[in-house]
Design a protein around this ligand. Structure first.
Ligand code: NCD
Length: 306
């Protein structure tokens, strides 16, 4: 049995098959509408979510399966002190597959060690968010046509932003990827990502605090929210939250075919006057998230459709 805990749990070939399947489901959804009949997905969410949880549920419902779960730690026995290990042992009787989001880094990994069903990491603290990465890759592949040779700018909270960490790990596997890491000094990409991934693989990257200067170089601009819930100190959050705001005027500096992605939720970092720009694809991205999760559920359950 396989789990998806880190974005690298899928080999490049498995990932490519999964993205192909997601594209196939996107073009012929009716062909897949009953393939998970009788199967149940449990969504175990110990942290807030809108898109991730509901796109998982929509994905399973679109496949003809059913869903159960909880959407906050307060409404589960975690509030009584139950461990993740005990919860998942029991969930293994109730469901065929589960998606877990948890504020503690590593909690879904612990769950996978005690589960007898596939466990999907739906976000663990400031660490990883592999299904957002699958969503991002499907968005880029579908709208750009390829995943290699791209200069990707990440902008915002690169320290706590788990979507950034996971997408960096996934993108380094494609030839000729370059990164421009745009953040305040306090919110730079963690040292472990540079030391364990970017430097050993000789991936070209630059770090900057200047969005305007970076914009003309980029094929993809990945905007992120400053992760309020991971700050120790409210003053720091207030000082840093509006460092970068992408607006219509700044978009004039970008290439005509640059894509703007954002995992959402957006707070202030993209002005709503950018939403009508054809390069702004963050709502399309949220839609792709359903199809990639459909493909992932099928893959982990070993379900195929001829
Ligand atoms: C992201 C997350 O939870 O990390 N949201 C999401 O799943 N689409 C990004 C964020 O919360 O800023």
């Amino acid at each position: 049995m396989k789990h998806l805990i880190s974005p690298l749990d899928l080999s490049p070939d498995e990932l490519s098959d999964l993205l192909d399947l997601a594209q196939e489901i996107y073009s012929s959804p009716e062909k897949y509408s009953h393939c998970c009949a009788g199967k149940k997905l449990a969504t175990l969410f110990y942290e807030p979510s809108t898109r991730t949880r509901l796109s998982f549920e929509a994905a399973m419902l679109n496949l003809g399966g059913s869903v159960l779960g909880f959407s906050s730690a307060d409404s589960s026995s975690a509030a009584k002190g139950e461990s993740v290990a005990d919860t998942i042992r029991v969930m293994s009787f109730y469901a065929d597959i589960c998606a877990m989001r948890h504020p503690k880094e590593g909690a879904p990994l612990v769950a996978s060690m005690h589960a007898s069903i596939p466990v999907i990491n739906a976000g663990d603290g400031g660490h990883n968010h592999p299904t957002q990465t699958l969503t991002d890759l499907l968005t880029i592949k579908s709208l750009k046509g390829h995943l290699d040779g791209l200069t990707v700018g990440f902008c915002g909270d690169l320290k706590f932003g788990r979507t950034v960490h996971s997408l960096i790990h996934a993108m380094v596997r494609y030839p000729n990827t370059k990164f421009v890491l745009i953040s305040p000094k306090e919110l730079q990409v963690p040292a472990y990502i540079k030391e364990e991934t970017l430097d050993p693989l000789n991936i070209p990257y630059e770090e900057t605090t200047n969005l305007e200067e970076a914009l003309p170089k980029l094929d993809i601009l990945y905007m992120t929210r400053v992760q309020k819930e991971r700050f120790f100190n409210e003053e720091d959050y207030i000082r840093l939250k509006d460092t970068f705001i992408l607006d219509k005027q700044k978009m004039q500096l970008a290439k005509e075919d640059m894509l703007v992605l954002h995992p959402l939720p957006r707070v202030n970092e993209i002005s709503t006057d950018v939403d009508d720009d054809p390069r702004a694809v963050y709502f399309k991205q949220a839609n792709f998230g359903v199809y990639v999760r459909m493909a992932l559920i099928m893959t982990l359950l070993g379900i195929t459709v001829d």
